[in-house]
Design a protein around this ligand. Structure first.
Ligand code: ZN
Ligand code: ZN
Length: 322
C-alpha cells in the first residue's frame, strides 16, 4: 500500500468512526427540587431517553440533596447501569423497578444487567441492595481490589478495560483523584464520557491532587483519537449563571446544563498546576480540597480562640492592677 493510499484509508476510517456516533437529545428540564420539599409532588426519579438505547435517570434534589445522575446503556446482549444513586429505599426511590421496565426483552427474558459504579462514595451506590437478589443482574464490587479484579486492571491506574455489551463497547478508564476507586466510562456508540464526580458542573472535591491531574492527562490522551460528544457527570451543583448552590441544598432553581465539553477536560491539568491547594474557581467547575479547607478553618478557629484567651488574661491582669 502506498503512503497516499494508507493515509486516505486512515482518513476514511476516521471519518466513518466519527459519523457512526448515534446522535441523542439533551433537550430536557431536570427536576429542580423545591424550597419546600414537603409541598411538592415531583417524581423521585426522572427518566430521559437520550436515544433509544441510552437513558439518563435523575434523582430529584428533594429525594436526596446529592440529586445524582444515573446512566443506563443498552447493548444487544447486555445492559450497563452506571451508579445506583443516593437512596436505598425502593419505596421512595424505585430505581431497580424503573431500570427493569426500561430493559428490553430477548427470547422472552429481560436483558442481563451489569451494575457498575464510577466510585465507592455512598451517593453512587446506595441503591445497590435493590439489585442484589435480581436474576441476571451482576453488581461490580465497589472496593478498589474488587474493581481492579473485575475489570482486569493489572497495572492500576494505567491501562483501559473494555466492556462488550453486544454491538456496543464501553471503555473503562481509571480516574483516581476524587476517590481512589474512581473510573470513567467512554461509550463508543454515543461518544459520551460518563465522568462521575471526576468532572462535573460543580465542586470537584479533591482527595489526591497529583492522582487527579494524572487522571485528567490519561483521559485527554485516551480521547485524543476518539470523538467526544458530551461529558456527563454525576451531579449538577451550579446554576446557569455559574453560581454554586449551597452545599446540601434541595432546591436547584435555574440549573446549569448537565453536559460539559472537551475544553473543560483539556483545561483541567493546567488548573491543577495553578491550584493553591484550597480553592479555585473556573466557569464550569470549582476545584476544592474539603479536608484542607476544614483544617484551615480549624487552624483559624484555634488562632482566634488563643487571641481571645490572651485578651481576656490581659484584661483581668489590668483590672487586678487597678
Ligand atoms: Zn464522590
Ligand atoms: Zn457524588
Amino acid at each position: 500500500m502506498t503512503t497516499g493510499l494508507a493515509a486516505s484509508t486512515f482518513l476514511l476510517t476516521a471519518t466513518l468512526a466519527w459519523s457512526q456516533q448515534v446522535a441523542g437529545s439533551l433537550d430536557v428540564h431536570w427536576n429542580e427540587g423545591a424550597s419546600d420539599c414537603g409541598a411538592t409532588s415531583q417524581e423521585a426519579l426522572q427518566v430521559h431517553q437520550y436515544e433509544p438505547q441510552t437513558f439518563i435517570l435523575r434523582q430529584s434534589p428533594c429525594a436526596d440533596f446529592e440529586a445524582n445522575f444515573i446512566y443506563l446503556l443498552i447493548g444487544s446482549n447486555k445492559a450497563l447501569l452506571i451508579d445506583t444513586g443516593a437512596v436505598a429505599d425502593p419505596k421512595t426511590m424505585p430505581l431497580a423497578k424503573t431500570v427493569l421496565e426500561l430493559l428490553p426483552e430477548r427470547e422472552g427474558k429481560k436483558l442481563p444487567l451489569l451494575v457498575a459504579h464510577t466510585h465507592r462514595h455512598l451517593d453512587h451506590r446506595a441503591g445497590d441492595p435493590q439489585f442484589a437478589s435480581l436474576p441476571s443482574v451482576e453488581v461490580v464490587p465497589f472496593d478498589l481490589e474488587g474493581v481492579r479484579a473485575f475489570f482486569g486492571f493489572a497495572n492500576w491506574p494505567n491501562g483501559i478495560a473494555h466492556l462488550d455489551l453486544g454491538d456496543r463497547t464501553v471503555d473503562v478508564i481509571p480516574t483516581p483523584g476524587h476517590n481512589p476507586t474512581h473510573v470513567a466510562f467512554y461509550d463508543g456508540r454515543t461518544g459520551i464520557l460518563f465522568s462521575g464526580d471526576f468532572l462535573l458542573p460543580g465542586r470537584l472535591l479533591i482527595d489526591d491532587a497529583v492522582a487527579y491531574r494524572e487522571s485528567a492527562l490519561r483521559v485527554i490522551d485516551f480521547l485524543q483519537t476518539r470523538p467526544l460528544t458530551h461529558i456527563l457527570g454525576g451531579h449538577i451543583e451550579l446554576n446557569a449563571a455559574g453560581r454554586a448552590y449551597r452545599f446540601g441544598s434541595r432546591y436547584h432553581p435555574d440549573e446549569r446544563r448537565l453536559e460539559l465539553e472537551r475544553d473543560d477536560l483539556t483545561a483541567l491539568p493546567a488548573a491543577f498546576e495553578r491550584f493553591n491547594g484550597f480553592y479555585a474557581r473556573y466557569p464550569n467547575y470549582i476545584l476544592t480540597n474539603p479536608i484542607r479547607n476544614l483544617l484551615a478553618l480549624v487552624f483559624i478557629a484555634v488562632a482566634v480562640l488563643i487571641f481571645i484567651l490572651w485578651g481576656v488574661r490581659r484584661l483581668l491582669r489590668r483590672r487586678r492592677r487597678v
